[in-house]
Design a protein around this ligand. Structure first.
Ligand code: AP5
Length: 237
């Protein structure tokens, strides 16, 4: 782990709602780790990328509007993202807390999240930042494969391969490659999305809820580091 414990998340929220915001570059392992934390902490995993991909599949008018941004590796406009997250946070399963993956991605989104949480009498509890060297991100993303039946079953052709090539271990469905995981689009995602991500990291560092873990370790070790930091009771002053 590259930095130490975070303020007791539950305490920040009066012991009730736990809002964990996963930060990291595209391909850092946010989705992989959010899924594991969701299971360990019994909180819903909310991925804005997944919400957008579901929208694209449904061919809804909003889906048509966001397609260009998602497929070219750009950021969807803040007003669309914020409205979508606000609706999702109002759902019953989010009452005890959530693990946000892929949101916020701009300072405007972070401020909007603070406002919506404040109205609900709560605040961001912890912001784990999964740090991975940029050289590794291209390899991670171009080698990623995802289950056609459940987007949350994620593999890597070299690092985390399924037992049978092209087939999900969990439900036997075919694996696919995301349209934005081509080498060209990955580079565009990194170019467009890293600068605003660093601004959001500064925003949370100022609020003292941010802590870092190394994302280039095996996934199980990253999970253990995250859980240890999240359960720590010692505050960062
Ligand atoms: P989104 O789906 O959020 O994409 P992303 O942030 O680019 O993140 P990824 O899903 O690509 O990576 P990840 O960090 O989750 O890594 P993963 O765990 O899969 O968003 C998609 C698009 O939607 C955006 O580009 C944008 O257009 C739009 N969007 C979404 N949110 C938005 C917002 N808030 N505002 C505006 N637009 C928004 O891991 C990657 C690979 O590495 C996998 O193959 C995995 O198996 C492997 N791996 C993971 N951990 C390890 C490990 N420790 N060791 C070895 N391999 C590992």
């Amino acid at each position: 782990m590259t930095s130490q414990a975070v303020a007791d998340p539950a305490a920040r929220n009066g012991g009730t709602r736990r809002i964990i915001v996963m930060m990291g570059a595209p391909g850092a392992g946010k989705g992989t780790q959010a899924e594991r934390l969701a299971e360990a902490l019994e909180l819903p995993h909310i991925s804005t990328g997944e919400l957008f991909r579901a929208m694209l599949k449904s061919e809804s008018p909003l889906g048509q509007k966001v397609r260009g941004y998602v497929e070219s590796g750009g950021l969807v406009p803040d007003d669309i993202v914020v409205a979508m997250v606000e609706d999702r946070l109002d759902e019953d399963d989010a009452a005890n807390g959530v693990i946000l993956d892929g949101f916020p991605r701009t300072v405007a989104q972070a401020e909007a999240l603070d406002r919506m949480l404040e109205q609900a009498g709560t605040a961001v509890s912890a912001v784990p930042y999964i740090e991975v060297a940029q050289e590794l991100l291209l390899e991670r993303l171009t080698g990623r494969r995802i289950c056609t039946k459940d987007d949350q079953h994620v593999y890597h052709v070299l690092g985390m391969p399924p037992q049978k090539e092209g087939v999900c271990d969990i439900d036997g469905a075919e694996l696919y490659q995301r349209v934005d995981d081509s080498a060209e689009t990955v580079q565009s995602r990194l170019d467009k999305q890293l600068p605003p991500m660093f601004e959001v990291i500064d925003y949370y560092a100022d609020n003292k809820v941010l802590f870092s873990v190394r994302g280039d370790e095996p996934a199980a070790e990253v999970t253990a580091d995250l859980l240890q930091a999240l359960s720590s009771k010692s505050a960062v002053a």
